[in-house]
Design a protein around this ligand. Structure first.
Ligand code: ATR
Length: 284
């Protein structure tokens, strides 16, 4: 008789990034697998920056029989490049957060639908005017999500003006000066921070919400800390808010369904598990 070690659940999928040690995704997929009674695990897979390392790691994972992976910083563009085929959303965003392995490797971008679903939890039909802060990869996804929700009056403010202008040109938006960002708030229905400002270890986001339109929704894609100063101020002023955990949970749904083949429901019980983990890490 062999030893009494508990057999490990077969690895079905994972999250690839650098660093990836703090990813909450294993907790999300683990909970859904438990609910569905599926014997499968979802692991963290650290892969150093650079396309060559990424491609080698994907070849290995594929040959080990993984069904797919989520991909996070700094590999989202590499994922799109590696794939044989891409969804329209991934192609438009120029980045993918999901790779599904099969006869061909398919890239998808569920960050976009994830953000849209998180906003929809607060308002079925948000108003037409949005202000997006930041012009990096995350901003591109947010802009595509907003457009999918019918928000067509999008302004973008970024410290480096040229990047805001390039995005404005590509997506048909208005670019505004970073120093004038507060001027747009009176006509904003949806304010979204996609910069790293407000994240643990980063400078705070300097923004007075004094003139923000009544009833506007405020979203922050940062989830560490979970309640950024921006969201705290917004709540104190009576605004509905969308935090980074809402987006994180919703973006995970398509991956779980594709790779584990079970149902994936975003609810308060799932959020409570993630909040408890963030609390343990002192990141509320
Ligand atoms: P991501 O892919 O997550 O969007 P990114 O491409 O590094 O990451 O983008 C980070 C965003 O935060 C950028 O819009 C960046 O502004 P710049 O384009 O001017 O660099 C913004 N950001 C980071 N630090 C900032 C700071 N101190 N003040 C203002 N904006 C900042």
């Amino acid at each position: 008789m062999a030893g009494d070690e508990t057999p490990q659940a077969p690895v079905v999928a994972g999250v690839v990034g650098w660093p990836v040690g703090h990813s909450l995704s294993p907790l999300i997929h683990g909970e859904w697998a438990r609910r569905a009674g599926i014997d499968g695990s979802y692991i963290r897979i650290p892969v150093e920056p650079g396309y060559e390392d990424f491609a080698r790691a994907m070849d290995d994972l594929k040959s080990q029989g993984l069904k797919g992976v989520n991909v996070t910083i700094p590999h989202k563009e590499h994922a799109l490049r590696y794939a044989d085929a891409a969804s329209e959303a991934a192609a438009k965003a120029g980045a993918a957060n999901m790779l599904t392995f099969g006869t061909e490797t398919r890239a998808e971008n569920s960050d976009i639908a994830g953000f849209a679903a998180a906003v929809r939890e607060q308002a079925d039909a948000p108003g037409p005017y949005a202000l997006v802060l930041g012009a990096g990869g995350a901003a591109r996804g947010v802009i595509l999500a907003l457009q999918s929700l019918g928000v067509d009056g999008i302004s973008i403010a970024n410290r480096t003006k040229e990047k805001a202008e390039a995005l404005a040109e590509a997506f048909g938006l208005a670019a505004i000066d970073w120093d004038r960002r507060e001027d747009a708030l009176a006509t904003t229905d949806l304010l979204v921070n996609t910069t790293s400002l407000g994240m643990t270890g980063e400078p705070p986001l300097e923004l007075s919400l004094e003139s923000l339109r009544l009833g506007a929704i405020v979203a922050d894609i940062v989830y560490s800390p979970l309640e950024t100063k921006l969201l705290k101020w917004a709540k104190a002023k009576g605004h509905k808010t969308v935090d980074g955990l809402a987006m994180l949970m919703h973006q995970a749904v398509p991956g779980f369904k594709a790779w584990f083949g079970g149902d994936a429901v975003v609810d308060e019980a799932l959020r409570a598990i993630l909040v408890a983990e963030l609390k343990k890490r002192g990141r509320l």
